[in-house]
Structure formats: C-alpha cells, structure tokens
Design a binder for this molecule. Structure first.
Ligand SMILES: [Zn+2]
Length: 296
C-alpha cells in the first residue's frame, strides 16, 4: 500500500473514532437518601479506557444485544475485558484475591445505594472517584432509573458499575416469589435498555434476602451481596452535616476486603474525598468491580 493510502485510512479512522466517542465525562455526584438498613451487591463495568485515541469504535450502540433495538444514545462502552482477580466471600461479603499472590489483599469495594437521585450529587461523586482513580458499584432502584434515565447513562458512561437494588426498595423477604421476580427482573431489563448491559451485582434493600431472592438473582446471573462495612450514612438524617461521622464509621470497621455501603446522600458526597484520601494513606486500594468474579 502506498503511503498516501495509509494516510487516508488513518485520517478516516481518526474521524470515525472521534465522532463516536461516548460522552464519558466522569463527573461526580453522590447523593442522599437513607437506605433501609442492611447488607447487599452489583454489576459489571468497563474499565477506564485510558490512552484514548483511535480505539473508540464507531459502532452502533448496542451491537451486541441484537434484539433489543439499541437505544439511540445508548451508552457505548468500550467493553474492555478486565481480568478477574477478586472473588467475594459469600458469608462475609468481603472481597478477597482469587490468588493470594495475584492481587493486593488490602483493598476496599466502594458502593453507593439508592440512586440515581440527583445530577449534582452524581457529578460530585464521579469527580471524586475519578480524582482517586476509583471505581464503585452504584446499586440503583428501578423506580429511580425510570425517573432519571440520563443519570444511569452518565454513571455507566463514566466507567462506573451499575448494580441492581430492586425496583421499589421494598423488603423482598416479605414478598411472594412472583413479586420478587418482577422486582429484580424489571430492573435488569430497564438498565440493559439504557446501557446495553444488564447488571451482574445485586444487593437487596435492607440486606434482606430469602431463598426466592437468591434464586432469582442467580437466574439473572447476579452476584448477591449485602456489605461488610456500613458507613451508617443513612442514620444521619438528623445530623445532615456530619461527613466526619461517615468517615469515622467506615474507618472504625475498616479491614482488608471491606465491602463498604454508602448512599447517594449529601453528607456522604461531602465526605468522600477525605475518606478516600485516608484510605489511601492507610495503604488501601480500590477494587474495580469489573475485577470481581461474579459467576461461580
Ligand atoms: Zn437501599
């Protein structure tokens, strides 16, 4: 091939890749809202694509889910395969290296439940996570997904992982099987329609599960989890200006593999930068949810 042809091809490649770049602005935002009380789980995320350039494909947003007509502006993610280096202890919900010598043990998993609620909070959370090169699972409720689809796309396109937190945030343990299936299944569908990808992590509201809940999660390919380090940020409704309390609650329960439960709440958003800084100072890293094995 002549040099000329190569130059023309290169120019074309560049053009198409620029045009299709998803607006992956990692903003921040985390938000408010008291979750009910208890432990839970997640989804899968695209790894931060660094070194951008001609690697973004112009492909149509959901080439891979053939049948669902892809949403026009579906989040087009660069699905880079991330090596699975971690697994979850099914009893404690801690995150541990699959191979003790294959990955650092001193890590935490960051999770934010009950969103998506508010653009400013989401942007703030994303900004802080990006600053610390951290990834988290955002466990979303279906009714909020329906209200704020644009926030779901923002989170997904920012490289964060979306998890299933049921549709209505009700206590699934008290519900009949049919209702449980709908509460979990409808969220899978809604998120897949918006992002092109169904979640692979599930956390029941209030950490309240049952055999039916676990069976449905398994059927949907979801890793069921509660948490192992509750920030108790949901107990702060009377002390709304207590980011320090969020930090001390997490640090007092800190241990390798901590599965940290937080929420989209103003004081948590405010606490996050300092919390992540302190975790780093203590030698902790942040597990990319994509690195967690979700199938057993
Ligand atoms: Zn919740």
């Amino acid at each position: 091939m002549s040099k000329q042809w190569i130059a023309i091809l290169a120019a074309l490649l560049l053009l198409t890749s620029c045009g299709s770049k998803p607006d992956a602005s990692p903003d921040t935002a985390a938000k408010t809202e008291p979750p009910a009380s208890q432990p839970i789980s997640g989804g899968e995320k695209p790894k931060a694509a660094e070194g951008a350039s001609a690697s973004n494909q112009p492909a149509p947003a959901s080439a891979k889910d053939g049948k669902e007509s892809a949403p026009a502006d579906s989040v087009k993610k660069q699905e880079q395969q991330v090596a699975k280096r971690y697994t979850m202890n099914p009893k404690t919900y801690d995150i541990v290296p699959i191979d003790p010598n294959g990955a650092p043990k001193k890590v935490v998993l960051l999770t934010f439940d009950d969103g998506p609620k508010d653009l400013e909070m989401n942007k703030a959370l994303l900004e802080t996570l990006q600053k610390h090169k951290a990834k988290a699972i955002f466990f979303l409720n279906g009714y909020r997904v329906k209200q704020k689809p644009e926030l779901v796309k923002l989170l997904a396109s920012s490289g964060q992982t979306i998890g299933n937190h049921s549709w209505d945030h009700i206590d699934l343990k008290k519900e009949a099987k049919e209702k449980v299936n709908q509460q979990i299944g409808d969220v899978q569908k809604a998120i897949k329609e918006l992002t092109g990808k169904a979640p692979v992590f599930f956390r029941p509201p209030f950490g309240s599960g049952s055999d039916d809940v676990r069976a449905k999660a398994k059927e949907e390919g979801l890793l069921f989890m509660t948490w192992s380090n509750g920030s108790k940020d949901w107990e702060m409704t009377v002390k709304k200006n207590s980011p320090e309390q969020v930090i001390s609650n997490v640090l007092s329960q800190l241990h390798p593999g901590s599965n940290i439960l937080m929420h989209e709440l103003p004081w948590t958003v405010e606490a996050l930068d300092k919390l992540l800084t302190q975790l780093e100072e203590k030698g902790y890293g942040f597990v990319d949810p994509e690195e967690i094995e979700t199938t057993s």
